[in-house]
Write a new protein. Structure first.
Length: 386
């Protein structure tokens, strides 16, 4: 590949992550509208989020092998088609069960986008990979900042949640046209003899620790993304626009944290950074939910401390497992995605059974579990990594 072709792919990959962040973050802002449209409770919203995660996880099972067999261009085409089909299907669904079917298709597309970006990054980022990976995650955060803001303004102008989603279809078409005009490198699959079995990998205690750390952390992060606007509107009686603004601010600060977080990790080291940020995130989030409405901004501020956990934990994984990291990563993503799926479903159940005040605060519980597991991991491998 020429340098200009590589640079074009870098820009396209950044665009994929920004678009993914934008589309995924809309969901949290429109959940109350979906709830009202179908006349459903928090338990059903939990099922909705469970199905969304299931669709995403399914793409993780099939997407990596498809990237080898079909190539990146066809993978992106399939992902775009799934997202478009999911949006159109949700638009016409008058029945909640049919809606859930198209939610699974939509999120399968989201997962395919994520796979395409993640399998491209080791190839197109030849230099300064650490910095470029942080920049890649910054673009996701940038998209996630704009998504709730867009949804909030649209809701203020009395747009339906269906229209809010469907207005993204022209952007998908433009993106697909750019992708089809790009030249993608061929990604070679590893020889079969180099592959480790799932059983061999999962028997490693460190693999399980990484899986559970990321699983509970992602459940906390997506707990905020999915439930914050519902919590503010129904629990704190804040209007939809202001609620979406708090979520947008959370992701704006989150994106800034991703941008500067690499420098902080470089200074403090992996474990100090992860533990310090997790503890601070837990304190700020809890304070924002316990104190009066004038302190809700602390939840948004906690986004800075959420920001580095995911990429830094993966960077730690790469350092610990070295050449085996690629094989380990697939297992870790699968297990952690399953935990996240269950974690957000539990939040929905608790919101219905006990109330939003308790259910939403499960985010704090998930963060505390991650903190405990990080301490255990540090005790096991701390001598290997700073």
């Amino acid at each position: 590949m020429t340098k200009s072709q590589n640079n074009r792919l870098i820009i396209l990959t950044f665009f994929v992550m920004a678009l993914l962040g934008f589309l995924e973050s809309i969901r949290g802002a429109v959940i109350p509208s979906i709830q009202g449209f179908y006349g459903i409770g928090y338990k059903d919203i939990g099922i909705f989020l469970f199905i969304a995660s299931l669709g995403y996880i399914s793409s993780n099972f099939f997407g990596a092998s498809m990237s080898y067999s079909l190539g990146q261009k066809k993978l992106i085409f399939i992902g775009t088609l799934c997202i478009a089909a999911g949006i159109v299907g949700m638009f016409v669904s008058q029945n909640f069960i049919l809606f859930l079917f198209f939610v699974a298709i939509l999120n399968y597309g989201y997962g395919t986008f994520s796979i395409s970006a993640n399998t491209l990054t080791p190839i197109i980022f030849e230099k300064n990979q650490g910095m470029m990976m942080n920049l890649l995650h910054f673009f996701y955060g940038l998209g996630a900042t704009l998504g709730p803001r867009y949804a909030g303004i649209a809701l203020k102008n009395h747009w339906s949640w269906q229209k809010i989603y469907s207005m993204n279809l022209p952007v998908l078409i433009i993106f697909l046209a750019l992708a089809l005009m790009s030249i993608f490198p061929r990604i070679e699959e590893k020889d079969k003899e180099e592959k480790s079995s799932f059983k061999a990998i999962i028997s490693n205690p460190e693999v399980l620790l990484f899986s559970f750390i990321l699983g509970f952390y992602v459940a906390a992060e997506l707990g905020v993304a999915n439930w914050l606007t519902t919590y503010l509107q129904d629990g704190k009686k804040i209007d939809p626009v202001q609620s979406a603004t708090y979520l947008s601010l959370f992701f704006g600060i989150f994106a800034f944290g991703r941008l500067v977080g690499g420098f902080i990790v470089e200074k403090l080291g992996y474990f100090k950074s992860i533990l310090g940020f997790l503890i601070t995130a837990a304190v700020l989030f809890t304070a924002g939910t316990i104190f009066s409405n004038q302190w809700i901004f602390l939840i948004s501020l906690s986004g800075f401390f959420f920001s580095i956990i995911y990429p830094t934990t993966f960077a730690l994984l790469l350092k610990v497992f070295g050449k085996e990291a690629g094989k380990v990563m697939g297992v870790v993503i699968t297990i952690s995605s399953g935990l996240n799926m269950i974690g957000n479903a539990i939040i929905g159940q608790m919101n219905d059974i006990i109330g939003l005040e308790f259910g939403f605060r499960l985010v704090t519980v998930y963060l505390l579990i991650s903190i405990i597991l990080i301490f255990i991991l540090k005790k096991r491998i701390g001598s290997q990594v700073q």
